[in-house]
Design a protein around this ligand. Structure first.
Ligand code: SF4
Length: 642
């Protein structure tokens, strides 16, 4: 593949010896495209099966995809991966960022950056056009993310793009985030990996944007117009927490924005108000203070978590667990030093966040995540985990497999809550529900829902949430599509764009995505080749998980409470209403995921994937078929290949 769409180089930094080198992007992008695919291949090459999250040998990698730099496609997002401390056992994991930092990296002349080693003292990396330097950050250590960004904007100019950590990352809080310009956040504990490397920030300054070149600019321009029409005419705002004084804050290069917004603090500094983060403390704050003050305190909680660099997806269920443990008399205010009788107050949040961030007192226990904290506290506190947490990475419990059975084949193969896959079904189902509830602008009727099931998930049965039929194929299709989305890197909230009100010959499953990729790179992708590439990237992640010892039959599980506890409620859907057979409406309330159903589903899935049915590990011929013989060779050397 020529360098159409790419900058052509990836930076490699060794903080231990303060050295930088450069790699050719084409060595990675030819088979793995960009974003998640290239990130994962770099991780495969740069680490071993025994690399630990806080080892200097851990490699933290950021990559853009071929669409970054081409606007109007919502394709300027970027990826990060590395060994994450956020779950037990530690695992390879990833994060997806919006904003503009990734595109600025490409505009500086690079498709990615891979950082290994550990600096002796706090440091920051400057990418100044095509020159890279490692600098002393002692004076920045201890600063919040906001103060760090402000410092760089003052000293390097307002156009600088900043990625940095706050005090939570410096103190190795296992769910510390990395923050980047335009309020972009990346979770899964990578802030702590930065902290372990003594890396405070990576900053980009450019004099002139080195814009990528498309192989077929005229076709690309035409596609941008079609995409705009498809997106704006087929878009329904899902609707998150409403606030006043908000303003739209779309990511760089978006099509037409979404409900990604920001709100100002007293100084006028904008904070992101978006998705789950916008509701981090809302339930408790409203219950304790009433609606108006509760909303305001929730916003402060949101601000503080960003400033310290704490992950809201972990904090949100942690509030629920603390509350349940306190109400059950398992933990006390005296023992924890937390005003637990005031959960919902501003005072509680301020004390809790400070304890966690600086690992003070009980905060030191919580800083390793709620699941580990429950193990540490004991006394039956783990029985409240299932009510609030849905992943090994301590994240919120949503997108429940007891409701959507296909998700039982998404969670086992991911180290964390794989939103890019879970949204494939949940956003469609949420809009189907909105249609039934008579929402204005709702456009996914029952007929449309089953059409989508057939085209995007492989069968009509895939749209029936009351059966296991069709779910193995649906999971495979969702994963292949999703891994390409993460590699291009297209935004999950824009793609796929379901052709509903407006249709063209270019709309439909993978069609437009493959055309955009072809027009940019000059390499022809039809639907088959597009999905085959997604299958390759998915198998690369599988190989990483197998190599680190967390994949395979014994590791391919969902959290145990899904098998034992009946489903009580769903987000905005207390009766757990779901689509059933022949457009019937069913309720999944009270459902549990039967262990035998799960075992049979996994068997069918391994078979469709071409993996060994007994162990779930990959088969040499399958990897060769996917042009991954080198990966297979390494797995074989480790005795992890059939
Ligand atoms: S749709 Fe929203 S989240 Fe996605 S790129 Fe656009 S603004 Fe960002």
């Amino acid at each position: 593949m020529a360098n159409y769409g790419y900058a052509g180089k990836i930076i490699k930094v060794d903080l231990s010896v303060h050295a930088t080198t450069q790699l050719d992007t084409s060595d990675y992008a030819d088979r793995f495209i960009g974003g998640r695919g290239v990130c994962a291949k770099l991780y495969w090459d740069e680490t071993t099966h025994y690399t630990k999250a806080y080892d200097p040998d851990n490699c933290i990698i950021c990559t853009t995809g071929p669409i970054a730099g081409f606007t109007r496609f919502a394709g300027c997002r970027w990826q990060m991966c590395g060994k994450s401390p956020a779950m037990e056992p530690e695992s390879f994991s990833y994060a997806n960022f919006g904003g503009s930092w990734g595109t600025w990296l490409k505009y500086a002349g690079f498709d990615g950056i891979a950082v290994k080693g550990k600096s002796e003292k706090p440091s920051w990396i400057l990418i100044n056009n095509d020159s890279i330097s490692i600098n002393d950050a002692t004076h920045l250590w201890g600063k919040t993310t906001v103060d760090t960004e402000t410092y760089f904007l003052k000293t390097l100019g307002k156009e600088a793009r900043v990625m940095c950590i706050g005090p939570a990352g410096e103190h190795l809080v296992s769910f510390a985030v990395v923050m980047a310009s335009d309020n972009a956040t990346g979770s899964c504990g990578f802030g702590a990996v930065f902290g372990a490397k003594n890396l405070k920030a990576v900053v980009i300054v450019i004099d002139k944007k080195k814009r990528p070149i498309a192989s077929d600019p005229a076709a690309l321009k035409n596609f941008a117009e079609i995409v705009f029409k498809l997106r704006t005419e087929n878009y329904e705002n899902y609707g998150h927490v409403l606030i006043d004084k908000k303003k739209v804050r779309a990511c760089y290069g978006c099509i037409s924005g979404c409900d990604r917004q920001e709100f100002p603090d007293e100084s006028g500094r904008g904070y992101k108000h978006f998705c789950q983060a916008s509701a981090v403390y809302i339930e408790h704050a409203i219950k304790y203070n009433g609606l108006e003050e509760g909303l305001s305190i929730n916003r402060v909680a949101n601000q503080l978590s960003d400033q310290y660099g704490l992950d809201t997806a972990v904090l949100m269920p942690m509030f629920g667990w603390l509350s349940a443990c306190y109400n059950a008399g398992i933990i006390t205010e005296e023992e924890t030093g937390l005003p637990l009788s005031k959960i919902g107050s501003l005072e509680f949040v301020i004390i809790l966040f400070e304890q966690i961030t600086y690992r003070k007192g009980f905060g030191n226990t919580l800083a390793d995540g709620t699941i580990k904290a429950a193990n540490n506290v004991g006394r039956g506190s783990d029985r409240f985990i299932g009510a609030v947490i849905g992943t090994r990475a301590n994240e919120t419990r949503d997108y429940d497999p007891r409701y959507m059975p296909v998700h039982a084949l998404i969670y086992p193969f991911e180290p964390r809550r794989a939103i890019h896959l879970l949204h494939s079904t949940s956003l469609v189902t949420g809009r189907w529900q909105n249609y039934l509830d008579g929402y204005k602008d709702a456009f996914i009727s029952p007929e449309k829902f089953y059409e989508i099931a057939e085209e995007y998930w492989g069968s009509l049965e895939a749209g029936d949430f009351g059966t296991m039929q069709g779910k193995a194929l649906a999971a495979k299709m969702i994963q292949e599509y999703g891994y390409m989305k993460e590699s291009l890197v297209l935004c999950d909230l824009s793609w796929p764009i379901y052709p509903v009100k407006y249709k063209t010959a270019d709309s439909g499953f993978c069609t437009m995505e493959a055309k955009i990729l072809s027009a940019i790179t000059g390499k022809y992708f039809d639907k088959k080749e597009y999905l085959r590439t997604g299958e390759r990237i998915f198998n690369l992640q599988r190989a990483i998980m197998i190599r680190q010892g967390t994949g395979g039959r014994t590791g391919d599980t969902i959290m145990d409470f899904y098998h034992t506890d009946p489903l009580e409620t769903m987000f905005k859907n207390p009766e757990c209403i779901a689509p059933g057979k022949d457009k019937a409406i069913i309720s999944k309330k009270g459902n549990i995921f039967d262990r035998n159903d799960f075992r049979l589903l996994i068997n069918e899935y391994y078979s469709i994937r071409g993996w060994d049915i007994e162990t779930g590990i990959q088969i040499s011929d399958k990897l060769k078929e996917l042009d991954m013989a080198d990966i297979g060779f390494e797995l074989g050397r480790l005795g992890l290949l059939k």
